[in-house]
Design a protein around this ligand. Structure first.
Ligand code: ZN
Length: 263
């Protein structure tokens, strides 16, 4: 029997000055949670994790030789990409139905999930960012990988990929430009949703600390199998390397968030 780990650090060259993140990389639950009372099929869908992102992050970390931090628990347990006081931190409802393992929930259980899964993941992100800053002698560039469904409430999403962001444009604008340059894909700019969210991963580790960053979403049907993952790793690796070579993306600069003042 394996002990359940909240996160995995993929070791890479810390001198590179780059860190990849996969908040929603996995759909696992610690065995004691069973399936949270849901049909096991729910864990194969987007509600449980970002399909394709574990493989894509591993492939990019390997191609670029850079470190990455992956969360190892399903977002249905507790969502690592939400602030600790966000009401959607532990989802009550999924696909219109109550999640029995999440609602009702005691204050003790809420705290247990924070202490055992959410906080250790964020501590690991913090530690890796600090280690990369020390080893490289510069502010790390952070690239966060997610995936989204091809349609939402029956409305198709035409974008192949999207960059979601708040106000720090330093990595975002060149990333959008590099993704669009070949002309073969449609790239959303803060679509299908807005990237400014108080307390989320980019907010706490990057916006509040002045690290250049981008959150890249890939449509999940494009990275649903190994061929798709490798094709996207081929597409993204040279783009990420080009961004990382820009010294302006390795300086600390704090931008005011659209979500309001930093605490
Ligand atoms: Zn995600």
């Amino acid at each position: 029997m394996h002990s359940f780990s909240s996160h995995e650090v993929i070791h890479g060259n810390r001198d590179s000055g780059m860190v990849l993140l996969g908040d929603h990389a996995m759909n696992r639950l610690p065995p004691s949670y069973g399936t949270l009372g849901l049909d096991a099929e729910a864990f194969k869908r987007h509600i449980a994790y970002d399909i394709g992102i574990e493989g894509l992050t591993r492939a990019l970390a390997e191609r670029l030789g850079v470190p990455a931090v992956l969360s190892c628990f399903s977002r249905l347990l507790i969502d690592p990409n939400r602030g600790e006081d966000d009401p959607t931190l532990i989802m009550k409802i999924s696909d219109g139905a109550i999640i029995p393992g999440n609602h009702p929930i005691t204050a003790e259980e809420w705290q247990h999930r924070l202490d055992t899964y959410h906080r250790p993941y964020h501590r690991a992100v913090d530690e890796e960012l600090q280690a990369v800053a020390t080893a490289s002698g510069k502010a790390p560039l952070v690239l966060s990988l997610h995936s989204y469904t091809p349609a939402w409430k029956g409305v198709p999403r035409p974008w192949h990929a999207a960059v979601l962001w708040d106000t720090d444009h330093r990595a975002v604008l060149p990333l959008l430009d590099l993704l669009r340059r070949p002309g073969d894909i449609l790239v959303g700019d803060n679509e299908p949703y807005d990237g400014a969210l108080k307390g989320d991963t980019m907010y706490r580790h990057c916006m509040a600390k002045g690290l250049a960053h981008a959150l890249l979403e890939v449509r999940q049907d494009l990275i649903g199998d190994e061929d798709g993952i490798l094709a996207w790793a081929d597409r993204l690796a040279p783009i990420f390397a080009e961004l990382n070579a820009d010294p302006r993306l390795h300086e600390r600069q704090i931008f005011a968030s659209r979500t309001g003042p930093y605490a």
